[in-house]
Design a protein around this ligand. Structure first.
Ligand code: URA
Length: 240
């Protein structure tokens, strides 16, 4: 397969952008920089983009899963609870991208693309995560919303400004770019509201949409490209 096709089918970027990457000397094959978009490559070749391995297109899988409550977002669980990986039937070794608490529902990615997973969870890329948050006490005040927007003090430091909107008197949508442990629950507690239920509805450029709980779907080519763009340019913050 031609190098440019290999890169585009592997979801690195559009065909034209891949040609540009090759011209810029950012693509390597078996340790050497390659400047020929027509160079023949196959699964046996080690292709890199900016030094990071590119998974051959037919071996790479990225799934969007709607995690139900009661499922852990680890590969294995010492307590033998159901894992998010067990929701899908795949011969590939898939890993969850980041974590959701056991009682949090919604969008989580599974992939065998370690480089993608690593970057999507690296703080440097500030990938936007959007949550629908239902609170026990209603209504949430404008002051509380303002505090969430500007950032609240947590024991591990202040949170960065967040995007917040009220959907119903007891429900807000909150977008953060950090990924600290129990962050949304702790932010809400810090402004006097305990969380009743938490659902992740957006991750970078991806939306949960109408995927049913427990179901999984492959990324579309457009979604895959958009996701890759998110981690190529740390300044691009989709959903921000
Ligand atoms: N914030 C939380 O508090 N819990 C999650 O599962 C995700 C974000």
């Amino acid at each position: 397969m031609r190098l440019v096709k290999f890169l585009a089918s592997a979801g690195v970027a559009s065909r034209r952008a891949c040609e540009q990457l090759i011209r810029e000397g950012r693509i390597g094959v078996n340790g050497e920089t390659v400047d020929d978009p027509a160079r023949d490559v196959g699964p046996e070749d080690a292709v890199t983009c900016d030094g990071d391995a590119v998974q051959p297109p037919d071996q790479r899988l990225v799934l969007v899963v709607n995690k139900p409550a009661g499922v852990v977002s680890t590969v294995r669980d010492p307590q033998h609870r159901r894992t998010v990986v067990s929701l899908v039937d795949s011969p590939l070794r898939l890993y969850p991208v980041g974590r959701l608490d056991i009682d949090t529902t919604g969008l989580i990615l599974l992939t065998n693309d370690g480089n993608l997973a690593h970057r999507l969870t690296h703080p440097r890329y500030e990938v936007a995560k959007t949550y629908r948050v239902r609170l026990w006490r209603s209504p949430i005040s404008d002051d509380a919303l303002g505090a969430l927007r500007s950032g609240v003090a947590l024991h591990d430091g202040p949170t960065a400004p967040a995007r917040v909107r009220r959907l119903r008197p007891d429900t807000i949508e909150l977008t953060i770019h950090e990924g600290r442990n129990r962050q949304v629950k702790r932010m809400c507690e810090a402004v006097g509201h305990r969380v009743r239920s938490l659902e992740r509805v957006g991750f970078g450029p991806l939306a949960l949409g109408d995927l049913a709980p427990g179901e999984a779907r492959r990324l579309s080519a457009d979604e895959d490209r958009a996701l890759r763009k998110t981690i190529r340019d740390p300044r691009a913050r989709p959903g921000a």
